[in-house]
Design a protein around this ligand. Structure first.
Ligand SMILES: NC(=O)C1=CN([C@@H]2O[C@H](COP(=O)(O)OP(=O)(O)OC[C@H]3O[C@@H](n4cnc5c(N)ncnc54)[C@H](OP(=O)(O)O)[C@@H]3O)[C@@H](O)[C@H]2O)C=CC1
Ligand SMILES: O=C(O)C(=O)Cc1ccc(O)cc1
Length: 431
């Protein structure tokens, strides 16, 4: 903190999971924080923060905006325009405004439209959920309309997160996160949908325990334990995300058809072409994940012998990356923990020759996955069309129904998922 910073304060509008995490960490570092949520939550927040004098809970965003030197909007992406419209004109003269939403084009548009011209715009995005320690995780900073002095102030404030700062434009941010986040979520959302459609808790089935399967299960439950609007916002509001999710659904469908028709050579040819395009230049590199590590994090009892799976979800993501010309390793600077695990298990399958062959053989010769794969294919297509239609309600309805199905398992899955992420990330090289 520079000495001139003593009199300055940070505002947070939206005290949900991320807003609260920021308020705690910034105030721990000595910053005065002015914060608010919707009026109905005022009393509860005052109570929650009563032992933290550095955090002042205010009745609304007007109070926060007029009192603070740097204001962070940490609200639902779908509400950003309405909330900035409401409080933007109350922003203190010469202050800095930014947002935490996961898709930047609508956020920047709202700032340009509703903020006074003297206000600096510097946005941010912590690329991890509120339960992950920010140290070492990517933090995107977007200097959209700001003096060097204003930008340096934001850097000083957020340095207490100890994150790895990545400087991007908002367009670069949205392009990369479409690859790293939206399509990753689509895959896990589809797995959960398929399991629930088949009335399965996958860790209770011998077929889904151990290794790669543990990551699939733990990440799927982690996503469904979170809030629907986070995933809906970053998929629906990002046009690049719609394209990616659509390609993923197409890749799933086409590979599934090859499996159904028993076209083994065609399937092998396609899988290997995609493999070469995506992993060709990375053959010698150390793997992101190891199996012994993954076996530690199981919700079920590990079977004596690992059962085979055709891993349609993983074959399809590599097919999708190939079709879109995406090189996932190039996005590591901007990766979330989930993306690193997703790439980790995919790489694990594709760089173990015998495992990949086993997946191809299983895809053609083994009928036991047909029902699961059928539901998975439906699910990938349905998520894609809900995203493309752009209906938040349609997304929410589906998400919350499946969330309800898995809800009794969230406490255990979250505990295990946190441990898994912590252990794996400590061992995961990120560049
Ligand atoms: N959760 C995550 O993993 C991450 C989320 N993000 C992004 O950060 C943002 C916040 O996410 P998160 O904290 O998880 O979501 P939450 O739903 O927990 O928090 C958003 C908060 O903003 C409040 N809010 C809505 N309108 C107003 C208003 N007019 N004035 C004051 N407060 C308001 C909401 O109240 P109410 O619930 O009543 O609407 C809610 O409490 C989102 O845009 C998300 O995409 C970014 C990184 C990670
Ligand atoms: O790691 C993920 O993809 C998550 O699910 C957590 C998350 C959600 C939204 C963000 O904008 C950033 C991180």
């Amino acid at each position: 903190m520079a000495t001139t910073d003593d009199a300055k304060s940070v505002g947070i509008i939206g005290m949900g999971d991320m807003g609260i995490m920021y308020a705690r960490r910034l105030s721990d570092a000595g910053w005065k924080v002015n914060a608010c949520d919707i009026p109905e939550k005022y009393e509860a927040l005052v109570e929650q923060f009563k032992d933290r004098p550095k955090v002042e809970i205010m009745p609304s965003g007007h109070y926060v905006s007029r009192a603070s030197d740097y204001i962070i909007y940490s609200v639902e992406a779908k509400n950003i325009d309405a909330v900035v419209k409401l409080f933007g004109p109350s922003t203190k003269m010469g202050a800095i405004v930014g947002g935490q939403t996961s898709c930047k084009a609508p956020e920047i548009a709202a700032f340009e439209k509703h903020l006074p011209k003297d206000v600096n715009i510097v946005s941010c995005h912590s690329l991890h959920g509120p339960g992950v320690h920010p140290k070492g995780q990517p933090l995107v900073l977007i200097k959209h309309r700001a003096t060097d002095e204003a930008f340096a102030f934001v850097e000083r404030v957020l340095s207490c997160l100890e994150s790895k700062v990545v400087h991007l434009t908002y367009q670069e941010h949205d392009r990369i996160t479409a690859d790293t986040q939206a399509v990753t979520h689509a895959a896990f959302l589809s797995m959960g949908t398929a399991w629930s459609a088949n009335n399965q808790f996958p860790w209770e089935s011998q077929r889904y325990v151990g290794g790669i399967e543990n990551v699939k299960i733990n990440i799927t439950l982690r996503i469904y334990a979170n809030k629907w609007h986070v995933y809906a916002g970053l998929a629906i509001l990002n046009p690049a995300a719609q394209v990616q999710i659509k390609q993923y659904a197409e890749s799933v469908t086409e590979l599934y058809k090859l499996m159904l028709a028993g076209h083994k050579e065609e399937l092998r040819e396609r899988v290997h072409t995609a493999r070469k395009a995506v992993f060709g230049g990375y053959e010698g590199k150390e793997l992101l994940l190891r199996d012994e590590l993954l076996d530690q994090f199981s919700l079920g009892v590990l079977p004596e012998k690992r059962l085979k799976n055709n891993h349609l979800s993983l074959l399809a993501i590599v097919d999708c990356w190939w079709k879109l010309g995406t090189v996932p390793y190039e996005h590591m600077i901007c990766s979330t923990p989930l993306f690193r695990m997703w790439l980790g298990i995919t790489e694990y399958l594709f760089r173990h020759e015998e495992l990949l062959e086993e997946a191809i053989d299983t895809a053609i010769d083994d009928n036991t996955f047909r029902a699961d794969d059928l539901e998975f294919t439906f699910a990938a297509r349905d998520w894609s069309s809900r995203v493309s239609l752009g209906h938040f309600d349609g997304y929410r309805e589906k998400f919350e129904k499946i969330q309800e199905y898995f809800a009794p398992r969230f406490p255990e899955a979250t505990r295990l998922g946190n441990e898994m992420i912590k252990t794996i990330l400590e061992k995961t090289k990120d560049e």
